[in-house]
Design a protein around this ligand. Structure first.
Ligand SMILES: Cc1cc2nc3c(=O)[nH]c(=O)nc-3n(C[C@H](O)[C@H](O)[C@H](O)COP(=O)(O)OP(=O)(O)OC[C@H]3O[C@@H](n4cnc5c(N)ncnc54)[C@H](O)[C@@H]3O)c2cc1C
Length: 412
């Protein structure tokens, strides 16, 4: 009598649990076991989106290239097989009502990440998937005639015909250990999605938000736009997180040192600013320059910028020299700050790097070197900006692997 095939999923995170749930729903005779190092499955999903779980995005107004600084090409291909709409349909069909926010982020209507956790876990339970917690896999041993042995510490090893590695970002040395016995190329992991520290009096304006600014990393072509928040350590907000994501590798290589230039008047040209100054000097020639600020800047930030441009607050508009006007334009359009380090964004960051994408077949995410070994989620060298794109990558890659394994089993 032939033995039933065994599928092992390493890591009960978003990608692993979704992959297990989809596989189970396809209906398979194979045994499916998810091994999780931690005490609870889906612990990270439970805290995503500040406990509300931003599970995907409408992708309106953003290209895959912009959303995924690493892995965009592969994601574009895989999203054609399981898109954001498919993810929304899947969760809706499983009883999760969703809401699309004005910023294009999708959340459960309940605003509770635990609903996503509960939905995935009941799916696994219904499908007979076994979830073993406190079971960190230490190594994966490929067998000469196919299949693998998973080794643990303090528990018996496990023989699997197919193994799905969904261990998340490869940040800790422990996680990298798992790859030691395997000939798999890893792209050096570095953090992404962080805020920027600067040593400048601008931090005295902590709490100030400029809704539509842009920020660029000098010496590179990297720039990002959107709301920018001044914090007591430097800069944060969507524009900065996007820049940190696109610049994750170069900033890491430079030891988180460099220079950023802030354009406080994103969308306005130097000519627009000069015309505005001219209009003020005709309409209110006697008015002190500090008394009238561009609409998008707060009075405090305007005074700070005047000071940076060495313009006294009591200078009248009509008295501005052309040099002063030039300095003011530069301070508004390209205001430089030294980068002195990075800080986490509210505990949230993802890892850039991981299993090199050349290691897997793009259609199946199966290893090119080891038949039956698959990768999904953040362990792959795929990561995104904030906005639900990272979880979407977990759903899409998890679904892809489930499909690949399902097809293989059906063809046997
Ligand atoms: C605080 C926070 C908030 C976030 N919010 C959002 C958000 O709202 N929207 C969004 O799109 N993204 C968000 N992200 C990113 C998103 O959570 C991740 O990209 C996503 O969880 C990756 O899924 P994954 O399954 O690849 O990895 P994970 O969810 O990290 O799961 C990996 C699992 O593998 C386990 N594991 C590791 N090594 C082993 C081993 N050797 N043996 C067994 N198990 C192992 C880990 O314990 C873990 O449970 C957030 C991240 C954080 C940290």
């Amino acid at each position: 009598m032939s033995r039933r095939p065994e599928i092992a999923i390493i890591g009960a995170g978003a990608a692993g649990c979704f992959c297990g749930a989809v596989l189970a729903e396809r209906g398979t005779d194979a045994g499916i076991t998810v091994f999780e190092a931690g005490r609870r499955p889906l612990a990270k999903v439970a805290v995503t989106g500040g406990g509300r779980c931003n599970l995907t995005n409408s992708f309106r107004g953003i290209s895959t290239q912009k959303a995924y600084p690493r892995g965009a090409r592969l994601m574009k291909r895989l999203l054609a097989g399981f898109s954001n709409t498919d993810a929304c349909d899947w969760f809706t069909a499983h009883g999760v009502d969703l809401v699309l926010q004005d910023d294009e982020c999708v959340f459960p209507k309940s605003q509770d990440a635990m609903q996503i956790v509960g939905t995935l876990l009941s799916c696994l339970r219904r499908g007979g998937v076994s979830v073993e917690t406190e079971a960190p896999v230490r190594s994966i041993e490929p067998l000469p005639y196919g299949g693998f042995i998973l080794h643990f510490e303090g528990r018996p090893s496990f023989r699997a015909d197919a193994v799905v590695v969904t261990i998340g970002g490869l940040s800790s040395a422990r996680m990298q250990e798992l790859f030691q016995g395997l000939d798999i190329e890893l792209v050096k992991p570095v953090p992404s999605l962080f805020t920027i520290k600067t040593d400048s009096p601008v931090t005295g304006l902590a709490g100030t938000v400029v809704k539509d600014a842009s920020i660029s990393l000098q010496g590179t072509k990297l720039s990002a736009e959107g709301p920018l928040l001044i914090t007591d350590w430097g800069f944060s907000g969507p524009a900065v997180l996007k820049l940190s994501s696109h610049g994750a590798r170069v900033l890491s290589e430079n030891g988180y040192k460099g220079t950023v230039a802030v354009n406080w008047m994103h969308g306005s040209s130097e000519q627009d600013i000069r015309s505005w100054i001219e209009r003020q000097s005709v309409a209110s020639p006697e008015r002190q320059i500090s008394a009238l600020h561009p609409e998008k800047l707060s009075s405090r930030l305007w005074k700070f910028i005047l000071d940076k441009a060495s313009i006294k607050e009591n200078t009248k508009f009509a008295q501005l020299s052309s040099r002063q006007t030039g300095r003011l334009c530069s301070a508004l359009l390209s205001d430089c700050y030294p980068v002195t380090g990075r800080a986490r964004f509210k505990e949230e960051f993802v890892t850039c790097g991981g299993v090199a994408l050349g290691e897997v077949f793009p259609a199946s995410l199966e290893s090119r070197r080891y038949a039956g070994l698959y990768f999904a989620g953040e362990v792959l060298d795929i990561d995104a900006i904030t906005g639900g794109f990272n979880l979407q990558a977990a759903w899409t890659t998890g679904f892809t692997v489930a499909g690949s394994i399902g097809n293989k089993l059906n063809n046997k």
